[in-house]
Design a protein around this ligand. Structure first.
Ligand code: ADP
Ligand code: ZN
Length: 319
């Protein structure tokens, strides 16, 4: 917790929620990169989890005054379409009890307030955090990929998250079969024979080689294959979306030297076709690390207020 910065004393109070499959982070701030108060707890059943989040915001309001807007970044799949009747709810997740949960509704009920709330995927929200305050500063088109227990990705085009019909699921991008000795019984994706998450997530690495990624030696053949899959993912994103930068994070990237290997494989695959920045700039590590999600959620809340201000100014100029 920090005391309010005197220069921002007048800035409205905003709230953010980063909802992961295992933990929830809630925070309030006046500026998204300077948290005033934060609370982390385990994700349980929806009812008690949303009640605990609401309770945190009520306490924060007692201390810092009225909350003006809230941003939520959540595990998916989720209904992120503002005009959809189900906007703000979790879709068909295997996470017990959560399918069909009205996330925004639960928070509104707990807060007894009708403040504007924005809702997006955890990875789109993390991309927004990195875009505003991290490795994607000065970029309008950003791909953010996290390689951990699963593989997720968010895309911002001209600063706006891509949703599409549902929202992208970059982790399930289909991959060529690069591993001739692959045993399908070790495939961790129940849906696809060969997708990025099924071949290159942390659990995929462990299932394939029988050793957790963190314990595989640097010179193990697993890393060449791992880098090749991730480079295929990055090249496909480049071909399909033409981002300014691809930010690669998550637990598996703690492996020393993996990012350099991905850059090398990417260079082989790219064949100088695209006019890209140097690859040590184009393929980049996150700067906000584990804070990208909560900073992004607060950034989304901040944008709601800015949009509101723009609208009010426009209405005033018309009247
Ligand atoms: P989550 O995706 O659950 O939020 P993380 O991003 O921390 O969590 O990723 C966890 C995964 O990263 C695990 O599968 C773990 O085996 C893997 N991992 C953690 N450290 C390393 C490492 N040094 N090298 C490779 N894999 C790692
Ligand atoms: Zn899959």
């Amino acid at each position: 917790m920090t005391d309010p910065n005197p220069e921002q004393e007048d800035a409205p109070l905003i709230g953010g929620i980063e909802a992961g499959g295992t933990k929830i982070v809630c925070a309030v701030a006046q500026s998204p990169d300077q948290l005033l108060m934060e609370h982390r707890f385990s994700t349980r059943d929806p009812q008690s989890t949303l009640a605990e989040a609401s309770q945190f915001f009520r306490e924060a309001q007692e201390r810092y005054g009225e909350l003006c807007s809230l941003g939520i970044g959540t595990f998916g799949p989720a209904d992120v379409h503002q005009r959809s009747p189900g906007y703000g709810s979790i879709l068909a997740t295997p996470k017990e009890g959560w399918a069909g949960t009205d996330f925004i509704g639960g928070i509104r009920a707990g807060l007894e307030s009708n403040i504007p709330i924005a809702f997006d995927t955890d990875v789109n929200v993390a991309a927004m955090g990195e875009a505003e305050y991290g490795a994607g500063r000065h970029c309008r088109n950003i791909a953010y990929i996290t390689v951990g227990t699963g593989i997720g990705g968010g895309m911002l085009i001209d600063g706006t998250p891509i949703h599409g019909r549902m929202h992208p699921e970059i982790g399930h991008m289909v991959m060529p079969d690069l591993d001739k000795d692959f045993d399908q019984s070790t495939n961790v994706c129940p849906f696809h024979k060969s997708c990025l998450e099924g071949r290159a997530s942390g659990p995929a690495l462990e299932a394939r080689w029988g050793i957790p990624g963190a314990e595989l030696p640097d010179d193990h053949p697993a890393w060449e294959l791992q880098a090749a899959y991730l480079a295929h993912g990055a090249i496909n994103l480049t071909a399909a979306w033409s981002p300014d930068i691809i930010i690669l994070g998550g637990g598996v990237f703690q492996q020393y030297g993996l990012l350099d290997r991905v850059r090398q494989k990417f260079a082989d695959l790219a064949g100088n076709y695209w006019n890209l920045p140097p690859l040590d700039v184009y393929l980049q590590t996150p700067e906000l690390d584990q804070h990208a999600g909560i900073v992004g959620a607060l950034t989304m809340a901040r944008r709601l207020i800015d949009q509101d201000d723009t609208l009010t100014q426009r209405q005033r100029s018309l009247s």
